[in-house]
Design a protein around this ligand. Structure first.
Ligand code: PAF
Length: 278
């Protein structure tokens, strides 16, 4: 039977009981509005552990004042039904006052990694993410935590944070799950109008094209500039970046190292991000 708890104390009590009997624990942190992408992380968590915990918390500190915190999709009963069906053991669904006291003052920042790419456009985002994930990992103390590769830079930030803070947890990246036309699944896809939805798969198409060209030896700058131009022409209102980076450090790519193509672009009022391996 899946249990839903809303306080840190209750969650810790359940997890401590499992740890006492030597059971392996997994955590999948989410902001709810679950889709098949989340569910594949949940299945991965289940396979890698004896007890699976999923957190649902729309974290206010990772949204800028002009962003979509208040309108972010929320449907807890639907989320819980999906998690129950997936045999999750425990759902941790705290409210804001559980996670942040009025006098909360601590921020976690992974320097460098948090300022580039997404960080240039959303300067506080990774500080909010790293802070809430540090809290969730310390509260739960899982053996393994799973984050989607869809948010590739987030995964890199969390890996660096867990390593720097010596958190005794293995951070695992889960594959991006795509719609049949290539669009990466995201809770924010529900914001797209019908016309925008038909254009959205171009983002994946273009970054896949960049990966192919870079692999075959084309100049990175030219491939990225061409993709940006194609997205503009297709109707993306503004392309924040199309970049090729080192797949581990997200620094400029070096010969012989694994690379990743990452992009962010706006379709109307919706900001889409995606990435693929070269
Ligand atoms: O990827 C997300 O849904 C969020 O950024 C996360 C990791 C749950 C932290 O709030």
């Amino acid at each position: 039977m899946m249990e839903v708890v809303r306080t840190v104390a209750e969650m810790r009590e359940r997890v401590a009981g499992w740890r006492h009997t030597g059971e392996r624990i997994s955590l999948v942190p989410t902001m709810g509005a679950l889709h098949e992408g989340h569910m594949s992380l949940v299945r991965q968590g289940d396979e890698l552990s004896d007890r699976s915990v999923v957190s649902i918390f729309v974290n206010p500190t990772q949204f800028a004042p002009h962003e979509d915190f208040t309108t972010y999709p929320r449907d807890e009963s639907r989320d819980l039904a999906m998690l129950e069906k997936a045999d999750v053991d425990l759902v941790f669904a705290p409210d804001v006052t559980q996670m942040y006291r009025d006098d909360h003052r601590t921020k976690v920042e992974v320097q460098g990694l948090s300022q580039i790419l997404e960080g240039q456009f959303r300067p506080q985002f990774f500080i909010g993410v790293a802070t809430v994930c540090a809290k969730l990992l310390i509260q739960t103390m899982p053996d393994v935590a799973i984050f989607g590769e869809k948010d590739y830079q987030q995964l890199c930030v969390i890996r660096a944070m867990a390593r720097d803070l010596d958190l005794p947890v293995q951070i695992i990246g889960g594959d991006t799950i795509r719609e049949s036309d290539g669009l990466a699944m995201s809770s924010r896809n529900t914001y797209l109008s019908n016309t925008e939805r038909t254009l959205a798969p171009y983002l994946h198409q273009e970054i896949t094209g960049v990966a192919r060209r870079v692999k075959s030896g084309d100049a990175i700058e030219v491939a990225c500039a061409d993709a940006t131009q194609q997205l503009d022409a297709a109707g993306f209102k503004s392309v924040d970046y199309v970049a090729v980076r080192d797949a581990e450090t997200l620094e400029m790519p070096a010969q012989g190292r694994p690379m990743r193509v990452l992009a962010a672009a706006w379709l109307g009022k919706t900001r889409l991000i995606d990435n693929v391996a070269v």
